[in-house]
Design a protein around this ligand. Sequence first.
Ligand SMILES: *[C@@H]1O[C@H](CO)[C@@H](O)[C@H](O)[C@H]1NC(C)=O
Ligand SMILES: *[C@@H]1O[C@H](CO)[C@@H](O)[C@H](O)[C@H]1NC(C)=O
Length: 380
Amino acid sequence: MRCWRRMAAAGALLAALSAAVALAEHRRPDTSSSSSSSRRPLRFASGGVFKVALFADLHYGENAWTDWGPRQDAGSDRVMAAVLDAEKPDFVVYLGDLVTANNLGIPNASLYWDRAISPTRGRGIPWATVFGNHDDMAFEWPPEWFSPAGVPPLRCPPPSMSVSDCSFRGTPRLELMTSEIIRNGLSYSSNGPKDMWPAVSNYVLQVLSHRQDDPALLMYFLDSGGGSYPEVISSAQVQWFQSQSQFLNPNGRIPEIIFWHIPSTAYAKVAPKAKSEIRKPCVGSINKEEVAPQEAEWGMMDALVKRDSVKAIFVGHNHGLDWCCPHEKLWLCFARHTGYGGYGNWPRGARVIQISEQPFSIQSWIRMENGTTHSDISLG
Ligand SMILES: *[C@@H]1O[C@H](CO)[C@@H](O)[C@H](O)[C@H]1NC(C)=O
Ligand SMILES: *[C@@H]1O[C@H](CO)[C@@H](O)[C@H](O)[C@H]1NC(C)=O
């Protein structure tokens, strides 16, 4: 009984949120959907500069039953603290795979999600998140748990919860995002319009000029799938991008930048040969693997290259790549593996983007955990 009431309450909350999203959609662009309506507008600082740090592939919560799992999470805490204290960004973008849900020995991934955003929240810096392919995965039982050593202690759902067994089906995207939004005044994330679900993290944020209340930069966030559904950007998302950009920026006067998790197939086309040296015009420091692109291309790249106002796309996903390469008139950039979780032992860091308003420019570099920087580049 109790569990049913809980489920009903959760259902009512989701319904209320979707209604709010739908209402906002009717009247205004999706910049004002559920979360950001009550948030203070983002704005270029008095010098006309807006600095963003990208935290990619943190992979919190891996193998908490081992020694190395918790050690890795402590390492990721340290990397973010070092980057935030050195750079003092105006905004942080969490570029997906905040958690490794398929390794989480607890039923509720929001607890680790919350740990991932806490260094930013603790410093009073606003942020936005997009989903990666690991964030809503179901738990994968390690085969060795069925060996003579047996199953280590697990935190199974308490009996009061709607889940009665210990199978950990993953925390759905909507639940992860809703829990972030309602508990955090500094979160600019959004569940996006319902007609794009199961793709959830689709929204636009405007950054206002430091002089007037006009937008001087548009930041688009897209869900590139993976986990509970295929690794794709749907044609519904393409249509949404087209209508939003047409509405907010009809004459292309405002520069636009784009964030999602899994590289599109265009990245594979412009990539320097895997494991070779990175040569101009590409700029970066690690090129250790092949690009692992989305499963299909349903028009997003065509829509983006058609707009001169789109300057760059930023993705995570490949931990062994950190370059930017040009593609037609825009730049395709990888972030830098920030977390100690996830595969690969390349030194950790974060891509930083510094946008200047007048004249418009985007500078980017990579800030390492040990304080050094490298791979400076001007993006348009
Ligand atoms: C999961 O944890 C979050 C954060 O503590 C909480 O808001 C949410 O209600 C929890 N969800 C469930 C199903 O217990
Ligand atoms: C910082 O780390 C980089 C590896 O990312 C290394 O090349 C460099 O020597 C280190 N610098 C210092 C001062 O420790």
